[in-house]
Design a binder for this molecule. Structure first.
Ligand code: BGC
Length: 511
């Protein structure tokens, strides 16, 4: 009995030890795997760091590059393009004008009725439509056929609904949000595509000619009075409402900024005479580059695999088209390093599979057990049953990627303020000290889904703006959201430069 009992006890002990060994071994292995994914996160955090000192270096680099881009053609990666917009709407514009807005994910047609006193847009009718993916890489003829057919539908509806038949040719502003070399307010040549568009036959072509030809083909009696970048439209609308508006920023699918510059500071265009002594400059800041930008291996790989490698470096760190893909790349690396997310999902191998709104939804998931994160991982990326602590990690990745983007955008904005002497330091030469530089109220108009619909992005951007400028100066800087500025602003500029108004054709330059 004694021997048997001892035998059983020993057997049980051995079995227990073996089981314990297996359990401990498993735990150790899973801890190691967990440590590996946490390591990926830590590495990401480190390479995305944007302490205020670094942001200030980005501010300085932006201001310096702006100078270089204004000094000579090709003097900087910042193109600092002339827009030939030398005055902005004041509120006295009157009449009915149209706009076509082609730029990011969506295409818009709009009609506004202007009342002639500030803030009196009497009516506004906008039709939005997603650009079919295939048209982004098709031919210019297909693209222009598409947009003019939508415009035709819009105008025909208007005639049946409101019977607003007009005796004169309808005038429209064309918002074309890509880098364009303008030679007048109503003429410009496409330099290159961005944001996934790639229509070879269009590069180097005059844009308004293409549009007018397509309008004619559709039998539309309409005249494109102005050609503008979306940021210029945003600035125009911002200024319409608030005369202290000096710059505009767009942070949507792509990103860019424009601002009002003194004509004599545009050195590459010596002798440029404008009625106001100033001109709006389209910075094309998406192409800004500086060694101070915190770049990760994910950014490098994404750039190399993009249709425009080595271009739009700032845009690829900031804008909606790219943030989801940086996230995807980080998650893919985590999945390869460890199986905490289960086997590698084939969905994760598809570039741009995760669009920014879904990333924002995961980041802002406030359910206690991160239900939204679980649902998006499951439904969009086919990653099932992710444990809560791994879901928390996913939120953290979104946070790191978005925080860096927002803080860099803030540094870009301060770079512009610095260039025009509105950052409280006395501008780029820093000749005046903070104390004797009198701060004027400075308004920057902002649009784009990242800023308007992604709360965390907006909060991080404001936080960084305060950190860089300091509270005293930051209180004079107002970021003001406008709505549909890219197209309403284009219609306002069409009104300002209407063929019925004088001095609309004065300003132009040889190509
Ligand atoms: C384009 C700019 C545009 C910006 C925002 C960039 O990719 O190059 O012209 O303003 O996107 O739409």
């Amino acid at each position: 009995m004694g021997k048997l009992a001892v035998g059983v006890a020993v057997g049980v002990a051995v079995a227990t030890c073996a089981v314990a060994g297996v359990v401990v071994g498993r735990r150790l292995r899973s801890r190691r795997k967990w440590r590996r994914v946490v390591g990926v996160l830590r590495e990401l955090e480190e390479s995305c760091e944007t302490p205020v000192g670094r942001l200030k270096q980005v501010v300085d680099a932006m201001a310096v590059e702006m100078h270089a881009g204004l000094a000579s053609e090709g003097g900087s990666k910042l193109k600092m393009l002339l827009t030939f917009v030398d005055r902005l709407p004041t509120g006295s514009e009157i009449g009915t004008y149209y706009a076509l807005d082609l730029g990011g994910t969506n295409f818009r047609v709009l009609r506004v009725q202007l009342g002639g006193t500030r803030s009196s847009i009497l009516s506004k009718d906008v039709k939005r439509q997603r650009i079919p993916q295939h048209l982004m890489t098709s031919t210019s003829e297909d693209l222009f056929d598409f947009i003019t057919s939508k415009l035709k539908q819009f105008v025909e509806q208007e005639e049946t609904v409101s019977e607003a038949a007009q005796s004169r040719t309808r005038e429209l502003g064309f918002t074309f949000s890509f880098p364009v070399k303008q030679i007048s307010i109503r003429s410009g040549f496409l330099i290159r595509w961005t944001k996934g568009f790639a229509i070879e036959d269009m590069i180097g072509c005059e844009i308004i000619e293409r549009l007018q030809a397509a309008l004619m083909k559709k039998g539309l009696d309409m005249c494109a009075t102005v050609l503008v970048n979306d940021t210029v439209g945003i600035l125009a609308l911002g200024h319409y409402y608030d005369a202290d508006t000096v710059a505009a920023v767009k942070i949507g699918t792509g990103t860019n900024a424009c601002y009002m510059e003194r004509a004599d500071a545009i050195i590459k265009c010596q002798g440029l005479l404008t009625s106001s002594g100033a001109m709006v400059v389209n910075m094309e800041w998406g192409n800004f580059w500086s060694s101070h930008l915190p770049r990760t291996t994910y950014d490098i790989e994404m750039d190399m695999e993009s249709p425009n490698p080595n271009d739009q470096g700032f845009e690829k760190m900031i804008s909606g088209m790219y943030l989801g893909d940086i996230f995807r790349r980080v998650l893919l690396r985590m999945c390869k390093e460890s199986d905490v997310f289960g086997p590698v999902s084939s969905k994760l191998l598809i570039p741009f599979v995760l669009e920014m709104p879904l990333m924002a939804a995961m980041h802002e998931d406030d359910t206690p057990d991160l239900k939204v994160v679980a649902a998006i991982l499951r439904e969009k990326l086919e990653i099932q049953d992710v444990p809560l602590k791994a879901r928390r990690l996913v939120v953290k990745v979104c946070d790191v990627v978005t925080r860096r983007a927002a803080r860099l955008a803030a540094a870009g904005i301060v770079g512009i303020l610095k260039k025009i002497g509105r950052d409280g330091t006395g501008g780029i030469t820093g000749s005046r000290s903070r104390s004797d530089a009198k701060m004027r109220r400075t308004v920057v108009a902002v649009e784009g889904s990242l800023y308007t619909s992604y709360m965390m992005f907006r909060e991080y951007l404001h936080e960084a703006l305060n950190e860089i400028l300091g509270e005293d100066v930051a209180q004079h800087v107002v970021l003001r959201t406008t709505e549909d500025g890219s197209c309403v602003g284009a219609a306002l500029l069409a009104a300002l430069h209407s063929s019925s108004s004088s001095s609309s054709e004065g300003l132009h330059r040889r190509r």
